[in-house]
Design a protein around this ligand. Structure first.
Ligand SMILES: CSC[C@H]1O[C@H](OP(=O)(O)O)[C@H](O)[C@@H]1O
Ligand code: ADE
Length: 288
């Protein structure tokens, strides 16, 4: 695809646009899975093309359970995107990950239960590997880009995804701590897993906004806390993405994520209907 974006940014709570993008275009992209959460804004950043999508929609109109994660990832794939950095707010489940810090998680636990979690089904079966759900190469680049931000950065940790929209009880929060979870949020799953099915490198800059509800000397999380910390970190988020864009090689040199569907599709090709082939063409045409 001509002049495809070198990177897509999915902005979460508190990050609904990317003012540093120049010469922008707003794209309304319809997908076989419906409409994405917002128009996709493409524009130039440090002379390179970048795409931006607001996960919860403009004006924050979708609950974490209502976000059309499939349409979001499919629409980005249709633009030729092969790298995504997600910006998320999260709670901390560890003393040493404090509000204001930024975490590049390395693992995921999925407690969500009412979301569409796969592009496959209805006539085509695939089982994607998710042992290491985040792209190591892209995560390393995000980490390097953040090191110059002045914020405290933590590389690694497990992000537990809850269904929400309510925040956790103290009993739940303490349970997740006993399980060894590091941070908590409501959106990483299925977004990260769908990016894998679409063979897109995916990483997260998770901005710690609160200590969830377990901390004995800190107030339980509120929306006000999340917004306040994210507002403080907005500039850091945008500048670090700019640094990341400047260091990306033009061609994606990851040798894992672009091949994730290799050997994952179980269905015999002659059993896949023309309709299913058409619907998933941009994901499966290399293999079928
Ligand atoms: C506004 S607090 C809860 C909300 O914030 C996080 O969203 P995102 O990951 O899109 O930044 C969290 O996951 C919840 O959806
Ligand atoms: N404590 C928390 N729990 C779930 N999602 C969050 N997003 C930000 N803080 C959170």
């Amino acid at each position: 695809m001509e002049n495809k974006p070198v990177l897509a940014v999915i902005g979460g709570s508190g990050l609904y646009n990317f003012p540093a993008l120049k010469n922008t275009q707003s794209l309304e992209i319809e997908t076989p899975f419906g409409m994405p959460s917002s128009p996709i804004i493409t524009g130039d950043l440090s002379g390179r093309k970048v795409a931006f999508l607001a996960r919860h929609g403009i004006g924050h109109v979708y609950l974490p359970s209502e976000v059309n994660y499939r349409a979001n990832i499919y629409a980005l794939k249709s633009l030729g995107v092969n790298r995504i950095v997600s910006i998320s707010a999260c709670g901390s489940l560890r003393e040493d990950y404090s509000p204001g810090h930024i975490v590049i998680p390395s693992q995921l636990v999925d407690l969500t239960h009412k979301r569409e979690r796969s592009f496959f089904g209805n006539g085509i079966v695939a089982h994607i590997g998710s042992a290491d759900p985040y792209c190591e190469k892209l995560s390393n680049m995000a980490y390097t880009a953040l090191l110059d931000s002045g914020a405290t950065i933590h590389k690694g940790g497990t992000y537990i995804t809850i269904e929400g929209p309510r925040f956790s009880t103290k009993a739940e929060s303490n349970l997740y701590r006993e399980w060894g979870m590091s941070i908590i949020g409501m959106t990483a799953c299925p977004e990260a897993m769908l990016a894998r099915e679409a063979e897109i490198c995916y990483t997260t800059m998770a901005h710690v906004t609160d200590y969830d509800v377990w901390h004995v000397s800190e107030e339980p999380v509120t929306v006000e806390m999340v917004v306040r910390v994210l507002q403080k970190n907005t500039q850091i988020a945008q500048e670090s993405i700019q640094r990341m864009v400047e260091m990306l090689p033009e061609e994606n040199d990851c040798n894992i994520c672009p091949h994730l569907l290799n050997n994952a599709i179980m269905t015999q090709p002659d059993k896949i209907s023309p309709q299913v082939r058409k619907k998933l063409d941009i994901l499966i045409n290399k293999y079928i």
